[in-house]
Design a protein around this ligand. Structure first.
Ligand code: FVH
Length: 281
């Protein structure tokens, strides 16, 4: 028989996780603060309390709104002998603290790198960290949700990777959204611009990331800058001025301009974009 699992939280993501477990044949107990959510979960066992749901399965997946929600939900519940897999978004410190707050349970923290529609599909992956033995015992169970990637025994590591990847995503979307606001201000069709220019351009620029990362890892092997920062800082004013002239709020672009100025002022004008990473910390 497949491992019985419990899913705490039937928001958009919790529902997708429960659906994937059910589709894979796992006896699946679900609980949600507001009863009656996700009637589409046919075959799920509906617990009336979180305690009842935790008691029902050795593997308990938690997917609630934020860290506080998880703490309030698990408070006072006997989790002895359970494997708690917390897939709620949080910080590394919150993950470590939660691990300490569930004595008697094995704790895994996770970062879901997918939107709900991707769960159970080929492009989703989930980062895990924490109790190594618990991960090895349940790796196959967790694989029905998304490709599992274990990143270390420190419970905070999955959150660190997750937050790093989300930070990159928001930065990327922020730049693209500014670009779209700019072309929209000039009544340029957004879809055509996106498909023919924006996506190919961003895709081509992403190709420079591995070299940027290599420069960070091995500064002694850094090559000459192809596009130096002094040149980029000089041109960057045009991005801000054009936004203002078009009536577009430059708020998403301003921080990068400030960082470029700081790099040049501190003597890094002849280096390339990798130097900005070192200025951040
Ligand atoms: N959806 C996504 O695209 C992202 C993908 C990456 C991972 N995130 C994180 O997953 C967590 C859950 O996200 P979600 O999409 O399921 O969120 P909602 O649909 O808004 O559902 C929220 C659930 O949390 C329950 N809840 C809220 N407050 C409380 C509380 N005080 N006590 C108990 N439960 C609470 C809520 O219950 P209800 O409102 O239906 O009663 C939902 O079950 C999240 O960390 C994302 O960052 C998703």
């Amino acid at each position: 028989m497949k491992t019985p699992v419990t899913v705490l939280g039937l928001g958009a993501m919790g529902t997708a996780l429960a659906q994937a477990f059910l589709a894979a044949g796992h006896p699946t107990t679900v609980w949600n603060r507001t009863p009656g959510r996700s009637p589409e979960l046919e075959g799920a066992i509906r617990a009336t309390t979180a305690a009842e749901a935790v008691a029902a399965s050795p593997l308990v997946v938690v997917c609630l709104l934020i860290d506080t929600t998880v703490r309030e939900t698990l408070e006072g519940i006997d989790v002895t002998g359970r494997v708690i897999v917390n897939l709620t978004n949080g910080t590394p410190d919150q993950a470590r603290s939660l691990e300490a707050a569930v004595p008697g349970a094995a704790y895994l923290d996770g970062g879901i790198m997918a939107v709900p529609a991707m769960i159970g599909g080929p492009h989703a992956f989930i980062l895990y960290s924490g109790d190594t033995a618990a991960y090895e015992r349940h790796q196959a169970d967790l694989a029905v949700l998304a490709r599992p990637l274990y990143v270390g025994a420190d419970a905070g590591l999955a959150a660190l990777y997750d937050i790093a990847l989300l930070s990159a995503m928001y930065g990327m979307f922020g730049g693209a959204q500014h670009a779209l606001a700019l072309v929209h201000s000039a009544k340029i069709p957004a879809v055509e611009f996106t498909e023919q220019l924006l996506v190919p351009w961003v895709t081509a620029m992403l190709g420079s990331l591995p070299q940027m990362a290599a420069d960070l890892d091995q500064p002694s092997e850094r090559g000459a800058a192809g596009s130096n920062l002094a040149m980029q800082a000089a041109a960057y004013h045009n991005l801000l001025d054009t936004a203002v002239a078009q009536g577009v709020d430059p708020m998403l672009l301003v921080p990068m301009g400030a960082l470029l100025q700081k790099a040049v002022a501190s003597g890094h004008g002849d280096e390339d974009l990798a130097a900005l990473i070192r200025l951040l910390g």
